[in-house]
Design a binder for this molecule. Structure first.
Ligand code: F6R
Length: 594
């Protein structure tokens, strides 16, 4: 949530670089944006409401100083509406210090009250602005760096900050809970500080991760890393990132969402290409744990629910699942023999991170299945299973979802001591997906989208592992088409929700060729008898389907193939309803607030 980007170095076009970096971070928040840059004796702030990707603005070259300093922010509003005043960066009252912040200062109300009593006046409704006032106060007796350290010790909550000051040529970045990565050129003269690596990958692939309670002060002597708790300087190791910049670009596709849906032909193979030893090590951990919890949020949470069915069917083993935000309520059951598996694309979701922190405090073993291998979640885990989907930029998760499902299914087979069987099933399913997603298939689904594009509500039903997939389909449809969509277990409809079906209400039935098929077809008939329009996603046509979308018959891997046509449907519904599928309203890619 919120993207921040800073530049320190010799390039005169620092401002344009910050704008370019923010555009790459726009998926993290896109209701308003702003940039601050230093001139020889001042700091200029420009901010505006709207998406930075649509802004037609260039700032031009900065003054002929040795180093240039600029910071920027793309916002996803939490505290205070979407206004120019609430957009970041924020000035201190004396206009000496400027801050960009991602996260939430949870004690900002108390801090603000104290500052107001001292006579401070605020220009925004944000929680963030308190920090810059605190620094201003501390600078009455300390230098910029010491004042910032002191002010940070007063704030509670999660944050990643970029701070600059009129009187010193320095950027101070700090972190607790929200991601922040420092990119450095090989000559150690240029620094990029961003919420995510693709924002600066064009300039360098050499990075340092800022960990929680760390600060970095960057000036013309280089970068100094400081532990905010001990106050000591720390040495950081440079890490080389292997991603190529192009993989984070749209290429020939108009939107990332379609590009990422289409990439599933390859990303699934990559997900399956896990080291056998690593999969077996995780399977052993599951077998030996005294209670395994699989946790995630949103789409990843639905993947976890699907895993519960997979482990039950394939491994005859019960695993517990919970949403990250609900998991803390289970802490009473955790011991040092518990195993917690986090599932996440970004590895930065605050709710999941908080759940892991609680699990860790109880001594539980932590395993993560993440896409961003260098994320906070990965770095706090005992074992990491990488999803290997490459950067996922569209807000709606697609390729990461199917890869997570595939890895969890491999694990279920490994727990059943049938890893080879699982792998060959999934390789076969991937080959069939490769044949399935072609332009004709997409066009067939687009035509169905045309039929239902004006509906107010739609429903998705599934049984067993396709029930969580029905819930996931609903998320996909809601977030990009803005149609009211809800998923149900096939058998549950008749216990209430069937009252919602009227003439022409679309209902997607997710059907697997297994022992749930007959009941699912009966449920579809019940909906049709009330006037519902049935879209069947199934290996075989059935007379109950008004529209049929064929999927390959892949046995236990059915949840993986069944989600893909709904991803395509959601994408086309978004376009037909004039929505931007990559940047749905009110959402952001990485939810780093609780
Ligand atoms: C929906 C979606 C979200 C994420 C959720 C967790 O398409 O992408 O529901 O799944 O915010 O994010 P990660 O996987 O990054 O932890």
């Amino acid at each position: 949530m919120c993207g921040i980007f800073g530049y320190f170095g010799p390039k005169k076009n620092a401002t344009d670089m910050v704008v370019e970096g923010l555009k790459k971070l726009e998926y993290r928040g896109y209701d308003s944006w702003g940039i601050a840059y230093k001139t020889s004796n001042d700091i200029i702030i420009h901010k505006q409401v709207g998406k930075i990707g649509e802004a037609q603005i260039t700032f031009g070259e900065l003054e002929d100083a040795e180093e240039q300093i600029a910071i920027g922010h793309s916002r996803w509003a939490t505290h205070g509406g979407v206004t120019q005043e609430n957009a970041h960066p924020h000035f201190s009252e004396d206009k000496d210090v400027v801050l960009a912040h991602n996260g939430i200062f949870e004690n900002y109300v108390e801090l603000k009250e104290e500052l107001l009593k001292k006579g401070h006046t605020f220009t925004s409704e944000t929680d963030s602005e308190v920090l810059v006032h605190l620094i201003e106060d501390e600078m009455k007796t300390s230098n910029f760096l010491e004042a910032t350290k002191k002010a940070l010790s007063y704030v509670e909550g999660r944050y990643a900050t970029l701070i600059i000051c009129k009187s010193e040529n320095m950027i101070i970045a700090s972190r607790r809970g929200s991601p922040l990565i420092i990119g450095t050129t090989k000559d150690n003269k240029e620094f990029f500080i961003a919420s995510d690596i693709p924002a600066f990958l064009k300039y360098t692939n050499q990075v340092n991760y800022l960990d929680d309670n760390e600060l970095v002060a960057i000036d013309n002597t280089g970068a100094r890393f400081i532990n905010l708790i001990s106050g000591e300087e720390i040495k950081k190791r440079n890490v080389e990132i292997q991603w190529v910049e192009e993989s984070a670009e749209k290429g020939d596709f108009k939107y990332f969402m379609l590009k990422e849906i289409m990439e599933q032909k390859e990303t699934l193979y990559r997900a399956l290409n896990q080291e056998k030893d690593l999969i077996e090590k995780v399977a052993d951990a599951i077998k030996n744990a005294f209670g395994t919890y699989i946790i995630g949020c949103g789409t990843a949470g639905k993947v976890c629910m699907a895993a519960e069915y997979m482990f039950s069917t394939i491994a005859k083993k019960h695993v517990n699942t919970a949403f990250g935000s609900e998991f803390p309520n289970y802490h009473h059951f955790l011991t040092d023999r518990s195993l917690v598996i986090a599932v996440s694309q970004s590895g930065e979701t605050a709710d999941t991170l908080e759940a892991l922190e609680i699990a860790k405090s109880k001594g539980a073993k932590i395993i993560s299945i993440v896409n961003v291998e260098t994320s906070t979640m990965a770095r706090m885990s005992d074992i990491v299973l990488p999803i290997k989907a490459g950067p996922e930029k569209a807000v709606a998760s697609t390729k990461a979802t199917t890869s997570q499902l595939a890895i969890l299914m491999l694990l279920a087979y490994a727990v059943a001591d049938k890893l080879a069987d699982g792998k060959s099933l999934l390789i076969d399913a991937t080959a069939q997906i490769n044949d399935m997603i072609n332009p004709r298939y997409e066009e067939h689904i687009r035509k169905i989208a045309e039929v239902i594009k004006d509906t107010e509500s739609m429903y998705i039903i599934g049984r067993a592992s396709n029930y969580p997939i029905a819930l996931e389909c609903a998320i996909k449809l809601q977030e990009v088409s803005y149609i009211h969509a809800e998923g149900f277990a096939g058998g549950e409809l008749k216990h209430g929700p069937i009252a919602l079906i009227s003439k022409g209400t679309p209902c997607i039935a997710l059907i697997a060729n297994d022992d749930t098929k007959k009941s699912m077809l009966s449920n579809a008939k019940e909906v049709q008898a009330r006037g519902g329009l049935i879209i069947g996603i199934a290996p075989e046509r059935d007379p109950v389907f008004d529209y049929w979308i064929r999927v390959p018959d892949v046995g236990n891997a059915s949840p993986i193939v069944n989600i893909i046509p709904v991803q395509i449907l959601a994408y086309h519904l978004a376009l037909l309803r004039s929505n931007n599928p990559d940047m749905p309203r009110n959402l952001a890619k990485s939810v780093t607030v609780k």
